[in-house]
Ligand binder design. Structure first.
Ligand code: GLV
Ligand code: GLV
Length: 275
């Protein structure tokens, strides 16, 4: 049973030659080299679905906290820098009625979009292919390309899985396309963002602020340049971190493993072809 902190590759399998199942307690499995597992006839399982709503809640926590400068506000009070009420003190951006741009409209993206209807938002999304259900049920609009989404969104959220084609997907060029008022939220995987280019972009105020749940190197250290910026909110990869959901993930992972080892139908097989 692995966590996303374990890298499962040729070296791993060489050290565990009898391994039959890699039971990843996460929905994402970019820590696992799936072709190598297939080559060695090793089954991979994951824990989808049970964490969808919890992770969407965390994305919303970051949307509201970035747009309304919640962490900066707390730091201001703690530093005793709150001198008086004044008209443009700690002003942020509106969320209600804004246009939400979702990059990656899978299960979590759809759950984030559903919440946005309560905030009367226009929802646009970019995905490998259109998701008709999202358009029919939530009124989301498909963007043919990422550039259009980045240009039109008031708030950008990325939720795509990390693959060779999404690695480094957000860099200087993409940030320059965003509105100078836009929060940028990454709750997927750190390496999708070129972090030093994000650092430079934030210094120039585009995006306006970043809400980051994931990082190129985890754990991120306190002396990381991004953390020196006032317009960054960072949380330690806690998308699915509620008592109920982490308990469900552990239960799903255990169920997957027992099923695989007792040769019963495996609920969440990523590479069922090895069976
Ligand atoms: C967490 O990031 C997961 O993939 O479950
Ligand atoms: C006024 O009371 C305000 O909250 O801005």
């Amino acid at each position: 049973m692995t966590m996303l902190t374990e890298k499962v590759d040729t070296e791993f399998l060489a050290a565990a030659p009898q391994c039959k199942v890699v039971d990843n307690m996460a929905v994402g499995y970019d820590n696992v080299d799936v072709p190598v597992l297939i080559e060695h006839n090793v089954l991979l399982t994951n824990t989808p679905d049970v964490l969808t709503e919890t992770t969407a809640d965390l994305v919303w926590a970051l949307i509201l906290a970035t747009a309304r400068r919640i962490v900066e506000g707390q730091k201001t009070i703690e530093a005793d820098d709150w001198k008086t009420w004044s008209p443009m003190f700690m002003v942020g951006q509106d969320v209600f009625g804004a246009t939400l741009g979702i990059v990656g409209a899978g299960r979590i993206g759809a759950a984030v979009a559903q919440r946005a209807t309560g905030f009367n938002m226009s929802i646009i999304y970019y995905n490998r292919r259109p998701v008709p259900a999202l358009e029919a049920q939530i009124g989301a609009t498909y963007c043919q390309d990422l550039d259009t989404l980045l240009t039109e969104a008031d708030i950008v959220v990325t939720l795509v899985p990390l693959t060779d084609s999404t690695r480094g997907m957000f860099g200087a060029r993409e940030f320059a396309l965003m509105k100078p008022t836009a929060p940028f939220i990454n709750a997927a995987r750190g390496p999708m963002v070129k972090e030093m280019e994000l650092y430079d972009a934030l210094q120039h105020g585009r995006p306006w602020v970043a809400g980051l749940n994931v990082f190129e190197q985890e754990p991120i250290r306190a002396d990381h340049p991004l953390l020196s910026l006032p317009n960054v909110i960072a949380v330690p990869h806690i998308g699915s971190a509620t008592v109920a959901t982490r308990t469900r993930m552990a239960t799903v992972a255990a169920t997957n493993l027992v099923a695989a080892l007792t040769r019963q139908a495996v609920p969440n097989a990523v590479n069922p072809e090895v069976l």
